[in-house]
Design a protein around this ligand. Structure first.
Ligand code: NAD
Length: 500
């Protein structure tokens, strides 16, 4: 197999890397189970070459006028918009999500590019005239330098796009290390930047695993790191990166609850639970994995979800199905093992995806929508992030019990409440310890001009992605105090400067 599968290599200094790869990883089409490529896994020395390219490109890019930088961003946006179907097809072929979902991913990434096109407004500083007599004070924000972006498999285009449009627009240079499971989107994006007129070295891609990540975390030329992935790796990246003096924002895993109060419209709640639980086969950090049914609505709600879940077609994402395969066979088996464990622990399987008949090749990594009722908080199907099409139903008596469940979780990425009671919703948004809250919105992913990020073990660091916080992460503040020589400023005074 390895002899025939083409090699996907890094992208360094404006072109595909020509060096050989000592180590590679297989890249699969999850809907067929076939190896379609092998991806290079960078050695430290190769990562250092990419960092050197970003380091060399930084001074000129930082000094390129904001007008010119923004023009490149606009050109990139136009090309992406024209050719987004190409990118969606690449995502489906390596991640497995259905084409319409892949296109949705690209569109949400494109929103951040559009936000970054207007960055001039956010890079404006302030100026106070005559702060002291004939002394002016101004503030400016400057780029930090070469920055690393390390991204997960589940959004191979959108997650990198949460970061690099803002980083580049602000005058930084970038080294992207995408997931080795679906690496091709990153090279396609690099090529598009080239066509948009971005100078060589401003956007680089290194493929790899822990070796590449460690090289990025340890190289002093990398000034900031944006990471997205599972919680243990996020914590590791945060600790190692900050110990090396870098700025780090590390977004981790999730376990998102959707609370349904007794007064909610149960049909709309059931639609939302199915969309948020099984979209992208549950491989979304904002997927709903625990449905918390409050009061006596549980039986009716579960029945409505069952009907909807059983009507979903699982299959090859290119065939117009509702839900695609999981990303790898190992991941599929891990998710299925959680279902086994839930069943053994006494939860009731209402819809069992383990025996799904897919509309796709026999060797695809299939697991159908799975609905498990009567899940309790001691079961691993509840406590662990499963990252698959498994929706657990937890039954509680009161709103307070529902809230306590969520606030006891180690994760705090997203949550949602379904109700028609404005007072209850308002109480929930105030009391819940989660970074992104939906009120009758099951997947509350913020728009690009707000910031994305969770609380607790869902984010290490203190700035969230994109929006104003993203601009702050990729820039450093500087305050300049100015006076132009004037006879009134003469004289010797060793006291601490005071304003008058
Ligand atoms: P992952 O943690 O396995 O990998 C993420 C990145 O870290 C990849 O680039 C990978 O190559 C690298 N990596 C893997 N092992 C490493 C190691 N030992 N040392 C250093 N780097 C390593 O995550 P994944 O499976 O690709 O993605 C799914 C996870 O990402 C889920 O936990 C999901 O919740 C999370 N996620 C979170 C958000 C968010 O916004 N909070 C968004 C998307 C995904």
């Amino acid at each position: 197999m390895h002899n025939v599968a083409p090699l996907l290599n890094h992208w360094i200094a404006g072109k595909p890397y020509e060096g050989s790869a000592d180590r590679t990883a297989d890249v699969f089409d999850p809907a067929t189970g076939e190896i379609t490529k092998v991806v290079a896994l960078a050695a430290t020395s190769t990562v250092d070459e990419a960092i050197a390219a970003a380091h060399e490109a930084f001074p000129a890019w930082r000094d390129t006028s904001l007008a010119r930088r923004t023009q490149v961003l606009f050109a990139f946006r136009e090309l992406l918009n024209e050719r987004k179907e190409e990118l969606a097809a690449i995502i489906t072929a390596e991640h497995g999500k259905v084409l319409s979902d892949a296109l949705g991913e690209v569109s949400r990434g494109q929103e951040v590019v559009e936000f970054a096109c207007g960055i001039a407004h956010l890079l404006k500083g302030g100026l106070t005239e005559n702060a002291s007599t004939k002394v002016d004070v101004s503030s400016i924000r400057q780029p930090v330098g070469p920055v690393a972006i390390i991204s997960p498999f589940n959004f191979p285009a959108m997650v990198p796009m949460w970061f690099f449009p803002v980083a580049i627009a602000a005058g930084n240079t970038v080294i992207l290390k995408p997931s080795e499971k679906d690496p091709s989107a990153a090279n396609w994006i690099a090529q598009l930047w080239d066509e948009a007129g971005l100078p060589a070295g401003v956007f680089n891609v290194v493929h790899g695993d822990k070796v590449a990540v460690d090289a990025l975390l340890d190289n002093p030329r990398v000034k900031a790191v944006s990471f997205v992935g599972s919680t243990p790796i996020a914590r590791y990246v945060y600790e190692r990166g900050t110990a090396n003096g870098k700025r780090v924002q590390a977004l981790g895993g999730a376990k998102n609850h959707m609370v349904v109060l007794p007064d909610a419209d149960l049909d709309l709640a059931a639609d939302a639970a199915v969309n948020a639980g099984f979209g992208s086969a549950g491989e979304r950090c904002m997927a709903i994995s625990a449905l918390v049914a409050v009061g006596d609505i549980a039986d009716e709600l579960v029945e409505k979800i069952r009907v909807r879940a059983e009507a979903l077609e699982t299959g090859d994402g290119r065939r117009g199905c509702d839900m695609g395969p999981l990303v790898t066979r190992a991941h599929r088996d891990k998710v299925a093992a959680y279902v086994d464990a839930g069943e053994e622990a006494g939860a009731k399987l209402v819809v069992d995806g383990r025996g799904v008949k897919p509309n796709g090749a026999e060797n695809g990594f299939w697991l159908g929508p799975t609905l498990i009722d009567h899940v309790t908080t001691g079961m691993t199907v509840y406590t662990d992030e499963i990252f698959g099409p498994v929706l657990s139903v937890v039954r509680v008596e009161t709103y307070d019990e529902a809230l306590a469940l969520i606030n006891a979780s180690d994760f705090g990425n997203g949550t949602a409440i379904f109700t028609n009671d404005g007072g209850a919703a308002r109480r929930f948004q105030n009391e819940v310890e989660v970074g992104m809250v939906g009120i009758n919105v099951p997947v509350p992913v913020p728009m690009a001009y707000y910031s994305f990020g969770g609380w607790k073990n869902s984010l290490f660091g203190d700035t969230h992605a994109h929006g104003v916080e993203g601009v702050h992460f990729y820039t450093r503040g500087k305050v300049v105090t100015t006076r132009w020589l004037d006879p009134s400023h003469g004289g010797i005074n060793l006291g601490f400067p005071q304003n008058d």
